[in-house]
Design a protein around this ligand. Sequence first.
Ligand code: AMP
Length: 299
Amino acid sequence: MKIVGTPREARKIIAGFREAGESIGFVPTMGDLHQGHLSLVNMALEKCDRAVVSIFVNPKQFGPKEDYGRYPRNEEKDHAILEKIGCDLLFVPTVKDLYSTSDRTRISVRNISEHLCGLSRSGHFDGVVLVVSKLFNIIAPDMAFFGQKDAQQAVVIQRMSADLNFPIRIFLGPIVRDENGLALSSRNRYLDISEKKRAASLYKSLSEAFNMLTMGERNPDKICKRTKSIIENAGLEVEYVEIVNGKTMEAVDEVSGTIMIAVAAKLGGVRLIDNIAARIENDLVEEVLLEFPEWSGYE
Ligand code: AMP
């Protein structure tokens, strides 16, 4: 595995892959890698000739009161894991490699960014799409892989990529969870063992919501109320529980088609998110990954 820091070095290696006629799969991350990240790298390795991973803790997607300074950084371990799994190129730029102090360009994906996490994390998705568009420009992959764990982020990125005509296919990978159902996240490091068990109430609440759907409940308020009470009973502070349209991220009045039940809650100051997406057709309820059928910017 090659490790490079500057865009110039990354482009040079990528050009070599291209000359050899190889396809490129890309997984952007903020590091402190866990099985959730690695499942995406494995998808990239399965679908493409070369897998490229970036590790960059992007200051522009953190609010002033958020955890940018203490976000877990674990470079040596990450390098070893990626080497072992067969990653071809690791791109680890510094803030100065990606941002100039004189830059003035901003990108905003309207509407989709304004729901769910966008409400409490003002500017967060603008920071995400800015860095991902830079990374897409530098790496120029054929395919990019994101986790359903951050489903709204993936939908926002897909929209940005299509709107800006990046010729990149976006794929989603399923949420990887621990033995209690807690979605793996670098931020789980902030929790002790007993907090982790309580945090698993997020998944329990989502499973209960999904059960209600399979039992025929279609009223979003009833489902959200029950979901919220399960999380609150575990002592977490709920930020939102919503059932949203899988494409627009807007809250639905009636549960049908492809929807996502999304939750965000805080435990001891640590913000956690989780979701389950489902397709509902008449009586049939099926757990799904969000899909991106429109490739308007792809060809
Ligand atoms: P992060 O390093 O948190 O920015 O995440 C990098 C990528 O890994 C994003 O596309 C995330 O959605 C994905 N990811 C993070 N946690 C998980 C998980 N538990 N399961 C699947 N994908 C994940």
